[in-house]
Design a protein around this ligand. Structure first.
Ligand code: NAD
Length: 288
């Protein structure tokens, strides 16, 4: 009963859709993945790891120039990929865009992995008094509705292709778990919603074999945060001091976690708040 690791890896994927007749190999061999926010920090690093591990990836992003840059980087970083990589312009707050992205994979044999990762933290996001309503709505539309649409169309595609195993990973944040005195209320509320939504989806779809997990990153060296912090040293220090390891995380460190959650190696991991934060949310005071 304990020696079941070979079963898990044979369960879910067809393993027949490599490019140029090359047999897919790697931890995601033959799996087809959609990655939203694919041109950004976490999305691009994840694309590269997925490609290196035998997946085919559709990179989705609202920014076409960013996609163009990102796919070039991904191809260069994964020269031995056995799957394929393509891009599609997709605003995750528009259901028709998300549907089109997911259905693009029908021709590849159907989706196996959905990484609902696109998200924004707007510079006008503030506290309860000062957050403009339009920023509130914009943030919820992208960060929450986008994850809902991605999850919905993933489930529809999985059923359409009669998949027995699938992994959906939704990017939440550490601020879904702990309160921040540097306010970004719309963002925090949106990530709390992602966490709760993911948990319920995990339970509802568990018997279909579709796993849902939420990724909770701590602040990272990606444009999303670093552009916002700029060269404001005080703002930067206000955050850095809380890291037990004394540094922000890197996007690649999130991508490694996503790779594991996407693979059959995590076949019994479902409904988790998967925290990748260098210990930040477990710290009382940090080392000097
Ligand atoms: P990033 O800004 O580098 O990447 C985000 C990407 O999403 C960008 O390429 C952007 O063009 C795209 N995007 C924005 N709006 C979109 C939309 N409506 N539809 C499709 N794509 C859209 O940021 P990142 O750090 O890689 O962020 C990825 C996820 O991680 C986000 O959900 C973010 O909230 C979360 N996160 C980031 C941090 C951090 O410190 N960077 C911490 C916790 C959680």
């Amino acid at each position: 009963e304990l020696n079941r690791h070979t079963d898990a890896s044979q369960n879910g994927t067809n393993g027949v859709n490599g490019v140029n007749g090359v047999t897919p190999r790697g931890r995601l061999a033959g799996k087809n993945a959609v990655i939203t926010g694919g041109a950004g920090g976490i999305g691009l690093e994840t694309t590269i790891l997925f490609l290196r591990e035998g997946a085919s990836v559709l990179m989705c992003d609202i920014s076409e120039p960013a996609l163009k840059r990102a796919i070039a980087i991904a191809k260069k970083a994964a020269p031995h990929m056995t799957g394929k990589v393509e891009t599609i312009k997709c605003d995750v707050s528009k259901e028709s865009d998300v549907q089109a992205a997911v259905e693009h994979l029908d021709a590849w044999g159907g989706l196996d992995v959905m990484f609902n990762n696109a998200g924004i933290m707007h510079s006008d996001d503030a506290d309860a008094i000062d957050t403009p309503e339009k920023i509130w709505d914009l943030t919820q539309n992208i960060n929450v509705k986008g994850v809902w649409y991605g999850s919905k169309h993933a489930v529809l595609a999985l059923r359409r292709h009669n998949k027995k195993v699938a992994s959906i990973i939704n990017t939440a944040s550490m601020v879904a778990l702990v309160g921040s005195a540097t306010p970004q209320l719309a963002y925090t509320a949106s990530k709390g919603a992602v966490l709760a939504m993911t948990r319920e989806l995990a339970i509802v779809h568990a018997r279909e074999g579709y796993r849902f997990n939420a990724l909770c990153p701590a602040p990272l060296n990606t444009p999303l945060l670093q552009d916002w912090l700029g060269d404001d040293q005080e703002k930067r220090h206000r955050r850095e001091v809380h890291f037990p390891m004394g540094r922000f995380g890197e996007a690649i460190e999130q991508a490694q976690a996503v790779l594991w959650l996407a693979s059959d190696e995590s076949s019994f991991v479902n409904g988790t708040d998967f925290v990748v934060d260098g210990g930040l949310t477990k710290a009382y005071v940090t080392p000097e």
